[in-house]
Design a protein around this ligand. Structure first.
Ligand code: AMP
Ligand code: ZN
Length: 471
């Protein structure tokens, strides 16, 4: 069997294959956090989903190139910079750092690239320039540059690939400045926002005058710069379908850099919301928990991660502290069984027990059916416990069971990373540096080495990978 995933573009569950069907490598992009505050665990439901998809693709034998951007300039951030009187970079760097710490506490793998929008102003300007050359972008009287939906549709493109849009919803000449808008206020959207006094010193020069990019163009530019004009998989939370992702498609396909007939992205995956008492967990409703709050209450990142992986990614579910207590009990059962197997295996090795691997892959291949996967895992645990209790578990059987459990729990990201005793923040920086090196971004990797040094850590590159040492 092969992996099937729901594709928002076709509104169907499809067999997942990269754009080049012969390739076993997947280029994936997940919209990252807007670093205006600490991320809440609703945000992390989406990032844990991206991490799970990546880990599962790797389990299925694909290699991945995973990009997650950091939105470090947009409307909300500018408002906060204005309110606090702190400089943009200073304001966002603390929350970016905190985000990576939480990301790691949830045992999410560091994406291979974590571009910050403010480091991509030049490619963003270039992309807007290209849209203008092609007649799809225009500067309005307010000096901002907008994307013309009418012109885009006039060139044979379809606006409304991810959501249904009726012809009478297109109102030529109307414009929207806000990064976030509802379908009812659909209009030409801002690519470059002309500087206004409220922006303070957050602005860059451009061919259209001083200003800053709109949120949507940031992701088109970063995605295409790092993964090419066409890539395999794009993820995000369900609120990003419209307008953010619809606009990403319009800008990227409007620039026409793809090979003839190729889409900007082949497969779109959207995760449903984490709810609190039936409502979306969000900053604006004030009904949110940060990971930090939960750690303070005595829960672990592993327990939160487990809970976030119990519901199907296309179903919203309610977060409760009872749910977290249930995660603790479930993990204790799994850990207890693994510990008994470890004792029985006494260091022996064996090929992984195919029963568990097959049950797990069958469930996960079916559009990441985690409910069935957990069902299979707990049936298997019951069986292992029975064999252990009846004294029918040989050393070889235990070793095979353990090998299978290691693969499965590794794919679910439930094995705590081992080795280094450095604080999470330091390990996150070291991982980011490794990702930068892999991407040959040596300027960034040197910056990160210096940052680590300031925190009192040296990073040594060994054949087995980077090692952290006290400076
Ligand atoms: P933001 O930092 O607001 O740009 O959001 C980062 C990611 O979190 C986006 O992919 C959002 O779609 C996602 N997100 C926001 N709220 C929730 C929620 N309650 N449940 C799941 N994902 C969410
Ligand atoms: Zn995005």
């Amino acid at each position: 069997m092969s992996l099937k995933l729901f594709n928002t573009l076709s509104r169907q569950v499809e067999t997942f294959a990269p754009l080049d069907p012969a390739s076993r490598s997947v280029r994936m992009y997940c919209c990252g956090p807007t670093v205006h505050d600490f991320a809440h665990i609703g945000n992390f439901r989406t990032f844990v989903l991206a991490d799970l998809v990546r880990r599962y693709l790797e389990f299925r034998g694909f290699t991945t190139t995973h990009v997650m951007n950091i939105t470090d300039v947009e409307d909300k951030i500018i408002r906060r910079v204005r309110e606090t009187g702190v400089r943009l970079q200073e304001y966002t760097s603390g929350y970016t750092q905190a985000f990576f710490e939480d990301h790691r506490t949830l045992n999410c793998l560091m994406p291979h690239h974590v571009p910050r929008a403010t480091d991509y102003i030049a490619p963003i300007i270039e992309l807007i320039g290209r849209l203008q050359e092609r007649g799809l972008a225009y500067q309005a009287a307010d000096r901002s540059v907008y994307f013309s939906i009418t012109k885009y549709c006039g060139c044979g493109h379809r606006y409304g690939q991810l959501v249904a849009i009726q012809a009478d919803q297109l109102r030529p000449g109307e414009r929207v400045q806000n990064d976030e808008y509802a379908k009812e206020s659909l209009a030409d959207f801002a690519l470059w926002k002309a500087r206004v006094p409220e922006d303070g010193d957050v602005y860059w020069p451009s061919p259209w005058g001083e200003g800053r990019p709109g949120w949507h163009i940031e992701c088109s530019a970063m995605g295409m710069a790092l993964l090419g004009p066409s890539f395999d998989l794009h993820l995000g939370g369900e609120d990003l379908v419209f307008p953010h992702h619809e606009d990403e498609i319009a800008q990227s396909e409007g620039a026409g850099l793809q090979a003839h007939g190729a889409p900007f992205v082949k497969h779109w995956v959207h995760g449903a919301f984490l709810l609190v008492e039936g409502k979306k967990m969000s900053k604006s409703l004030g009904n949110y928990h940060t990971l930090r709050d939960l750690l303070q209450k005595g829960y672990s990142g592993r327990e939160v991660r487990y809970l976030l992986m119990t519901a199907h990614y296309r179903e919203s579910f309610n977060f409760t502290l009872d749910g977290l207590a249930g995660a603790r009990t479930a993990l204790a059962r799994l850990d207890e069984c693994a510990a008994k197997l470890e004792e029985r295996a006494a260091g022996a090795t064996a090929a992984a027990d195919p029963v568990l691997i097959e049950a797990f892959s069958r469930a996960m291949d079916d559009d990441l059916n985690v409910a069935a996967a957990w069902g299979g895992i707990f049936d298997w645990v019951r069986e292992q416990n029975r064999l252990l209790a009846d004294n029918r578990m040989s050393q070889d059987l235990a070793a095979a069971a353990l090998a299978a459990w290691r693969q499965v729990s590794g794919t679910l990201g439930l094995v705590p990373p081992s080795g280094v005793e450095a604080p999470a923040e330091v390990v996150a920086l070291a991982q980011e540096r490794q990702a930068a090196r892999k991407a040959k971004d040596f300027r960034r990797s040197d910056e990160l080495r210096d940052e680590l040094k300031r925190l009192g850590w040296l990073v040594e590159d060994t054949p087995k990978g980077p090692k952290l040492k006290r400076a």
